[in-house]
Ligand binder design. Sequence first.
Ligand SMILES: Cc1cc2nc3c(=O)[nH]c(=O)nc-3n(C[C@H](O)[C@H](O)[C@H](O)COP(=O)(O)OP(=O)(O)OC[C@H]3O[C@@H](n4cnc5c(N)ncnc54)[C@H](O)[C@@H]3O)c2cc1C
Length: 460
Amino acid sequence: MRPIFDILARELGTAKVLRDEARLEAYARDESGLGPYPPEAAVLCDSVEEIQLVLRLADEHRVPVVPRGLGTGMTGGALATHGGIVLSTERMQRIKEIDPADLVAVVEPGVITGVLQDAAEAAGLFYPPDPASLAMCSLGGNVAENAGGPRAFKYGVTREYVIGLETVLMGGTRLRPGRRTAKGVTGYDVVGLFCGSEGTFGVSSEITLKLLPKPQGVALLLAVFADPVKAGEAITAIIRKGYRPRALELMDRASIDHVRPKATYPIPVGAGAIVICELDGDEAALAPAVERCAQACDESGATEVVIAADEAQRRRLWETRRITSPSLRHAHRYKVSEDICVPRSAIAEMLRRVDKIGARHDLLMATFGHAGDGNLHVNVLTDEDHREAAVAARIQGALGDIFKDTLSLRGTLSGEHGIGIAKQKYMPWEQAPELIEVQKKLKLTLDPKNLLNPGKIFPT
Ligand SMILES: Cc1cc2nc3c(=O)[nH]c(=O)nc-3n(C[C@H](O)[C@H](O)[C@H](O)COP(=O)(O)OP(=O)(O)OC[C@H]3O[C@@H](n4cnc5c(N)ncnc54)[C@H](O)[C@@H]3O)c2cc1C
């Protein structure tokens, strides 16, 4: 037994240093479906001083530390693949400040994203990043993964809203990169570097976020098409008309067929694609804008277009999209959800290729996602036992083909979920050895002993 755990238990109290197998089970998995990887201990920190203590002792005792928010990550970033400590920020849930004059919020890393959104809206403000997991993921995890969501098309991803950080390096050094002002270019953009670093650079202990004034109104339309090509044309037409919807979402036929039995909106049989287009802004301008977007869908061959008449219907129509991922998961024994991103103009071609990949490997594919950004969640589904060698090989073959086609269309491996351990072996397919080497050196500058979340992102 390593002495560090006794020291931590003495310093922090046994309630914060979990070591028994049963309690560690919850920290052995995340939403990637990989693992389990039980850590030797989970330490539940309440303050920056406690985070500093853990990282100082772990550095001295050469014990790996894996930061963890709420464990909703899809690529295994929060898993203790090398044993050691899981440092959880789940208890650090304080919203320290919401300032309507400066348009900033200062939060602890464990604050649930949706909780901050509600608090901001109650103050007449708006925090746009909206991962579909917003009711159960933390802002610390969002920063580490540079999380996106449907509204990224208009408002961008988490990085655009993080203006200041307090972060602790392995060894316990506390840094406060960034600012509170609307602008600022003093020194390198260290905050930007930490966003999307997947918990390998430091542990965030405080986050300063930019807020916006709350948009006056929101309008939504749902359009049904016979096939994704027509849906793609409608998306292009909406953008060409000069509109910047806050969300432009796409579902393919397989996703629609899984959602239909549960959807409150009666989706027509034979629907080959659905587009959801949501606009926000000035109340008076919204009604004509959503009408013109509906017209663009009609002109592109929509078989049905519904404009939400009120807030309740808007929420119901969104529900069609929100239940897609859980519906796929419940319907099949195994689901792996990929998160590729292709140039918008290549969406229809990518969907055609995904169908072919499914047929080639005899696997069911369902694709949905943020079409405005070209960010597609391609789901590989099977009712066979995915642990059987032959089935596993087919799944791996399909994933490899998805990534090859994505890159050949000038896309990228991940739009929002990160690399973690799930996609590290594909990194060299996208990035040159020199670029990978530079990033590894950067990591070792901040963490010379390679103890903070080791074995992630880069091929091992
Ligand atoms: C149903 C579902 C829908 C999802 N939809 C989206 C979506 O629309 N968009 C999207 O981007 N993601 C989505 N995700 C993925 C996931 O919710 C995000 O990646 C989220 O940002 C993870 O937050 P978390 O608190 O759960 O982090 P965790 O899973 O606990 O950790 C994720 C990573 O962040 C690091 N980390 C966590 N906290 C800290 C900290 N304080 N300091 C440093 N590093 C830290 C961890 O080491 C790990 O590498 C979805 C997941 C699910 C299950």
